[in-house]
Ligand binder design. Structure first.
Ligand SMILES: Nc1ncnc2c1ncn2[C@@H]1O[C@H](COP(=O)(O)OP(=O)(O)OP(=O)(O)O)[C@@H](O)[C@H]1O
Length: 220
């Protein structure tokens, strides 16, 4: 699904990702690692928000940078959620559905998953952080994309929210949705993971199955 070859991203002098190589197959992939390690930078490169400074990234066989065709095939939830404050969630999700050439009822289907239907008609500037997170997740799963990229899906949720969203993510994983998930709150998600990558200081420092990787993380 995703191939990175010598993938490097610099911001001025700062090297956020330092020539990483990795292959992500279908299924559920968890990306872990310390603050500032380069995880979100990797996800943003996958989503086509950043252009690599060097090396190559392919997502579903395509170069994500400025690739509108690929953006219709993937779903992304950023952290913090990047949502327009002066629009209602229904307007924003309706716009995305149009861009993705989906039926309007796909908005309701995705919002139902995350119990977000009840506040679709309020301006997003009025939302709490947890409500924004649910809309951001609704956006990611809109129209059952071929690949879903989630940055911190459990951040800003209360305990009940974490339980609910974990359950939805688990159900989607069981149904065969392909997901790449960056999360500091990883324990609830690890049971769904087919593989884990740990990215630290711009490099992939650990990779393998949860059984291989988790004992090593717990040692650190
Ligand atoms: N748009 C940007 N402009 C400048 N520097 C950036 C930008 N995005 C990220 N960085 C820097 O790149 C490095 C990696 O950041 P990144 O957000 O990818 O880490 P992360 O592993 O997701 O961290 P966290 O767990 O704190 O979210 C950091 O030093 C960060 O300050």
């Amino acid at each position: 699904m995703i191939t990175a070859r010598n993938l490097t991203k610099r911001f001025g002098r700062l090297v956020a990702l330092n020539s990483i190589n990795l292959e992500i197959d279908e299924g559920f992939t968890l990306i872990l690692g310390p603050n500032g390690g380069g995880k979100s930078t990797f996800l943003n490169l996958c989503a086509g928000l950043y252009r690599p400074s060097r090396g190559e990234i392919k997502v579903l066989g395509e170069n994500p940078w400025s690739n509108d065709g690929l953006r219709r095939r993937i779903g992304v939830s950023f952290d913090p959620p990047a949502l327009p404050k002066h629009r209602t969630a229904r307007e924003w999700l309706g716009y995305l559905a149009e861009v993705k050439r989906l039926d309007e009822d796909e908005v309701l289907k995705a919002a139902e998953l995350f119990s977000a239907v009840k506040y679709l008609d309020r301006k997003m500037g009025e939302y709490s952080a947890g409500m924004l997170k649910r809309i951001s997740l609704t956006q990611a799963f809109l129209g059952k994309p071929e690949l879903v990229l989630l940055d911190e899906p459990l951040a800003n949720l209360d305990l009940e929210g974490i339980r609910e969203v974990t359950e939805v993510i688990g159900e989607q994983a069981e149904k065969g949705a392909n997901m790449v998930v960056v999360s500091h709150i990883w324990r609830p998600l690890v049971e769904f993971a087919d593989r884990i990558f740990v990215i630290a200081a711009g490099r992939v420092v650990l990779a393998g199955t949860p059984e291989e990787v988790i004992p090593q993380i717990e040692e650190i």
